[in-house]
Design a protein around this ligand. Structure first.
Ligand code: SF4
Length: 764
């Protein structure tokens, strides 16, 4: 790597501890952890101020996940433990000053762990890493903008520019960012959804005409059945547990389908309910189905077979609203029970039991997350969900529908307002009319395409609005090689991460305001996982007087690159002007400025939920037939998936513990079924090397500690982002091109016993 920088964090020296998995989620420990992190990072005054304003009608939107807030009320403390970690570390009093960043070479910085980098605190000033230098140095804003405009002018084709977006970006900043890319002349707009819910958007768009969920938060109170598939709400969307316990309170049932039985799906103690805190909490899942990794399509087809046997279809709905039902029914009838049982790892009797519960449901919600979206056949799996929902008539009524749960707070909004590498003609021509800019029509790069293009030396300028692409993306070492080919890389950021160290030949860091902070230009807006657009207003003093807001940074880059128009960038530092522009380009945002000022904001239109009506070419919802995957593993191979620990949010690592799973002090672990451990003759804490296999390509990674865990035999589980190095760039989902981080074929080799012996005394 250029400058000797390390693309992966150093192998930790701490000793692994393994304890029992927790029986109940949240409760007093969750409350205590929320306060602990707030007090240690932000101090008492800032902690109380942020806790009292997060997710309130007049406060700021939690920069954590995209779970919605209640429409009509807000409680005194409207956040969870992981939200508290997200806003406390943004509101931290620690500062990554130019002196601190410049005191080390980028190689030395890259030898710090991801957690240590984050704990440097908020970046206070624009910084530059010049081509001949090993260290960042401070730079003025004007020089930074002119560096970007020179790099833009030097492009030999607009296709050499790539603009990445993270899911924290507000609607206003994202719309302007997309406009900037298109004024440069490209739709090269990869974003974090390429790595997460792209499969959901693609599949649902084809099946029901909208690439989003179709439920409201209040639907959880009315559902008689909720399936939670490939998702760990206790860590990744903790306030979803309140919605699930409301469903239970009202007599609904919940079924969890996941290779791991996660603590929060067993029992939950509501932190704001004193009776809950004293008691043993609420049972969440009535049933847990430990499906094999990659066995979801088979399981869903098994449920569909049971629906056929029970003849429990909503025929009136199917006749009025759908096409291709008969083909799908025939396809399901022809699928083979033995194959379904083999792939899912669930017995026919058990599938029949759950299938009968699904057949009886009149108001079913299906929720899912990355456990379903990051497989080669993810699009097909999500279409099986849509098929089941259509067959039961679960659209267009309260308490029923599809619920892909989005990971980052505004990832859905960014896509809605135009962060899209293949935008529609309707959108582009509306933007052309509103902005006067000639919009490019050629399809741009998604995240995977971008890496391939940079590996081929076809990218000269890369700018990232937030995020940590190097760590978030699959195949870490190849991504690092790709990035190092680029002439100029630019990160618009609040805190340091590995993407500031794995850079192009020269690099800029442009520090921006966080969600918690006062923005002199007023509020920005975001869209949550259920299509509600609402304001976000920070109230803390900014971490530094040198910070600019994200929209202002984009406008000043735009003005510097295109001073002669036709788009008057300067006027869009006024957010009302930007929202007016959005309202002229995107249906559903009419009267944006006044509707978003109403308490709680407004819902975007959603055909399957509000009608149901279907924005598909046929005007109907479609049943899709998908064959089960035919996969043959090498002798001795395992299937591995990646998950997040409880002490992290996306690529941000807050601590070294995974409390609910009972894994402490280590992130370089691999969870393994005890029977597999016995067969492989490995013991708890023993170090193994992992090699992933894809086609002719093998990727080798050293020193992972084995943790015995209740996971289906033949399956393994490791932490994102450390295990991303093992996900081959070429291994992506058909149709959506999402990296297959939940299905990696690997083999293990044991290391010499001395590694195990040296750490054995610290194992429980
Ligand atoms: S559930 Fe998500 S949005 Fe809500 S407080 Fe927790 S992390 Fe933030």
């Amino acid at each position: 790597m250029a400058r000797g920088v390390k693309a992966q964090p150093p192998i930790e020296k701490e000793n692994l501890k393994v304890g029992p998995t927790k029986k109940v989620a949240a409760g007093l420990v969750g409350v205590q952890k929320s306060f602990d992190i707030g007090l240690s990072e932000a101090g008492i005054a800032r902690t109380i101020k942020t806790m009292r304003t997060v997710n309130r009608f007049d406060g700021f939107d939690c920069p954590g996940c995209a779970w919605p807030d209640p429409d009509d009320h807000r409680s005194g403390f409207e956040f969870c433990e992981n939200g508290a970690k997200a806003f406390a570390t943004e509101a931290t009093k620690k500062r990554a000053t130019p002196e601190m960043i410049g005191s080390m070479t980028v190689k030395q910085l890259s030898e710090m762990s991801d957690m240590e980098l984050d704990k440097m605190g908020r970046i206070t000033n624009p910084m530059i890493l010049r081509e001949e230098s090993e260290r960042y140095e401070e730079i003025g804003w004007e020089e930074a903008f002119s560096t970007i405009s020179q790099a833009t002018s030097a492009l030999s084709s607009p296709k050499e520019a790539v603009l990445y977006t993270s899911g924290r970006t507000s609607n206003e900043a994202a719309f302007l960012w997309g406009t900037l890319a298109r004024q440069i002349g490209t739709n090269n707009l990869p974003d974090c959804s390429n790595m997460c819910h792209e499969s959901s958007g693609y599949a649902l768009g084809k099946s029901i005409g909208i690439g989003k969920g179709t439920v409201k938060l209040s639907c959880f109170d009315k559902a008689d059945l909720i399936l939670v598939i490939g998702q760990n709400p206790g860590t990744n969307h903790p306030r979803m547990l309140t919605a699930l316990s409301n469903c239970k309170k009202n007599g609904g049932s919940i079924i969890s389908i996941n290779p791991l039985e996660e603590t929060a799906m067993r029992r939950f103690k509501h932190p704001q309910n004193p009776l809950h805190m004293l008691g043993s909490g609420t049972q969440i899942a009535d049933e847990h189905i430990p499906v094999r990794i990659g066995g979801d399509a088979a399981l869903l087809q098994g449920f569909a077979k049971v629906m056929i046997d029970e003849d429990s279809f909503d025929h009136a709905f199917i006749d009025e609203h759908t096409i291709d039902f008969d083909e799908w029914k025939k396809h399901i009838q022809s699928s083979d029970w033995d194959e379904i049982v083999l792939q899912s790892g669930i017995s026919k009797t058990r599938i029949e039991e759950i299938g009968k519960v699904i057949s009886k449901s009149r108001r079913m919600i299906v929720c899912w997350a990355m456990g379903l979206t990051q497989h080669e056949n993810s699009v097909g799996v999500i279409q099986e969900i849509a098929n089941l929902l259509l067959a039961g008539g679960h659209f267009g009524k309260p308490g029923a529908g599809a619920c892909p749960v989005r990971g980052h707070s505004n990832v859905q909004g960014d896509r809605t307002v135009g962060i899209n590498h293949h935008p529609s003609e309707e959108f582009l021509s509306a933007c052309e009319d509103a902005t006067g800019i000639d919009m490019p029509r050629e399809r741009g790069y998604d995240a995977v395409d971008f890496v391939h293009a940079a590996l081929d030396d076809n990218v000269r300028l890369y700018m990232a609005m937030g995020g940590n692409f190097v760590s978030a993306m699959s195949d870490t070492e190849r991504v690092a090689e790709a990035i190092s080919n680029i002439d100029l890389t630019v990160q618009i950021s609040t805190k340091m991460n590995r993407s500031h160290l794995v850079t192009g030949k020269s690099a800029l860091i442009l520090p921006c305001l966080g969600r918690t902070e006062k923005d002199p230009a007023g509020f920005v807006t975001v869209e949550n996982s259920m299509g509600v657009v609402h304001p976000s207003t920070g109230s803390l003093e900014p971490a530094s007087q040198s910070l600019l807001s994200e929209p202002e940074i984009v406008c000043r880059i735009g003005k510097s690159c295109f001073p002669k128009g036709p788009f008057n960038w300067q006027s869009f530092t006024n957010y009302d002007e930007t929202r007016d522009l959005i309202s002229r380009c995107i249906p559903g945002f009419e009267d944006y400025n006044s509707r978003v000022r109403e308490k709680g904001g407004f819902y975007l239109p959603n055909g399957p939920r509000d009608g149901p009506v279907w924005k598909t070419p046929s005007g109907k919802a479609h049943f899709f037939c998908n064959n089960l995957p035919e996969r043959r593993l090498r002798e001795g191979s395992f299937v591995m998936m990646t998950v997040r620990s409880h002490d992290q949010y996306n690529t941000t690592i807050y601590g070294m513990d995974d409390r609910y799973r009972g894994i402490y002090n280590s992130r370089r672990i691999v969870m393994m079924n005890p029977v597999d451990m016995e067969e492989l003759r490995v013991v708890k804490g023993q170090e193994v090397d992992i090699t992933s296999h894809w086609g002719d390509r093998d990727i080798h990674s050293e020193r992972w500690k084995v943790v015995p865990y209740e996971i289906p035999k033949g399956n393994l589980c490791s932490y994102f982002p450390e295990a991303n190095v093992l996900v081959p760039l070429e291994s992506t989902a058909e149709g959506s091109n999402t990296p297959t981080s939940k299905w990696i074929e690997v083999t293990l080799s044991t290391r010499k016993a001395r590694f195990w012996k040296s750490s054995s005394s610290n194992l429980n």
